[in-house]
Design a protein around this ligand. Structure first.
Ligand SMILES: *Cc1c(COP(=O)(O)O)cnc(C)c1O
Length: 366
């Protein structure tokens, strides 16, 4: 049997309604001839901080660097523990390790898929320096409960918001609950560059200044390296591209929400589990369902021309590179990793294609 044609791809990264604007942005940078730490980055940082409801934004190379630099900027490093979520991109934990700290995993809530506040509290030790929830799939963790725990124990909060641009929790923007947040502009993210990119948002001006030095070799002024730093700057080309896309992000986010609402309506009584929405501030980076018959489910969807992906096939507690540094077991995350399946959902997905996906799901016979 030959593979059926793909009718609904999981994602297409080719620019669509914004293509001409992106070409214009690239040309603007070429014509100016200024490529690092220039006016596009400065403008993007101001615009992104405003959109995120934060005081300051600092553009860096990747979301991974954003996490690692934020921790370092806060003085978190060797000897410190950072409590984080075991169901995430591996980079969440790798970034903690880059900062020299140790990731400690607290299991997820099995329905919300974000870190369980009770598990966070149980994981606190005398070495805990920060709690770093991940706003997975575009939905915020239970920040009200986590903020209460952090306050009770005098701990910092750092948010991994790589999948959650413009998301909120009980009406408050992500990134507003603690010292700062890390965002990724990897091309597949809700706000994606045409390459790698990331940003840190913080509220404290002194921390923002420190992070600007840290990302630029620790330079206070040109050729004056007063402290340790790295080379991690969001370049002018990507900043210009992101400025164009940031303007469109609110509309794109509404399109994601509308498609998710449509899926929820059409998947009523589906033969797979559709986790409920916990917060209307969800920005649907991914639309994830669960089934114990995942291989058969994916094969059925593929036979209908529908592509799916897995986020993530292993919990971080099951990744050798992380397990060796931070051994833990998180049964809920590990179970989820064996059952989750992401359906196509992106702003340019047509309603007709969403219908096709929904019909394919509904006709699955486990
Ligand atoms: C994408 C992602 C990262 C890493 O971001 P990069 O820009 O790829 O380095 C970290 N955490 C989460 C939750 C992510 O989705």
């Amino acid at each position: 049997m030959t593979a059926p044609d793909v009718r609904v791809p999981f994602l297409s990264l080719k620019p669509g309604d914004d293509a001409d604007a992106l070409r214009g942005a690239v040309n603007r940078v070429i014509d100016r001839g200024w490529f690092i730490l220039g006016p596009e980055l400065e403008a993007f940082e101001a615009e992104f901080a405003a959109a995120a409801g934060a005081g300051h934004a600092i553009g860096v190379n990747t979301g991974t660097d954003a996490i690692a630099l934020l921790l370092r900027g806060m003085g978190i490093g060797p000897g410190d523990e950072v409590i984080t979520a075991p169901l995430s991109a591996a980079y969440t934990a790798l970034a903690v390790m880059m900062a020299g700290a140790r990731p400690v995993f607290a299991d997820i809530d099995p329905e919300r898929h974000t870190i369980s506040p009770a598990a966070v509290e149980a994981a606190i030790t005398s070495r805990t320096a920060a709690i770093m929830p991940v706003h997975l799939y575009g939905q915020a963790a239970d920040m009200t409960a986590i903020a209460a725990i952090a306050a009770r124990h005098g701990l910092a909060i750092v948010e991994d918001a790589a999948q959650a641009h413009l998301a909120s929790c009980e009406g408050r923007p992500v990134g507003s609950f603690g010292a700062g947040a890390a965002f990724s502009f990897y091309p597949t993210k809700n706000l994606g560059a045409l390459g790698d990119g990331g940003a840190i948002t913080v509220h404290d001006a002194a921390l923002a200044d420190r992070l600007r030095r840290l990302r630029n070799g620790g330079q206070r002024t040109t050729y004056q390296h007063d402290e340790f730093g790295v080379n991690s700057r969001l370049d002018e080309m990507q900043a210009a591209i992101l400025r164009e896309r940031l303007q469109r992000l609110p509309a794109w986010t509404e399109q994601r929400r509308a498609l998710a609402a449509h899926y929820r309506m059409r998947l009523e009584g589906a033969p797979v589990h559709v986790p409920r929405e916990f917060d209307a501030g969800h920005v649907y980076h991914l639309f994830v369902v669960r089934t114990a018959q995942r291989e058969a489910f994916r094969a059925h969807l593929a036979s209908q021309g529908v592509q799916t992906l897995i986020h993530y096939p292993k919990a971080l507690t099951q990744q050798p590179a992380i397990q060796s540094e931070a051994p833990a077991t998180c049964p809920h995350a590990e179970q989820a990793a064996s059952e989750v399946c992401s359906l196509p959902l992106y702003p340019s997905l047509s309603l007709a294609d969403a219908e096709l996906v929904a019909s394919a799901v509904m006709s699955f016979r486990p």
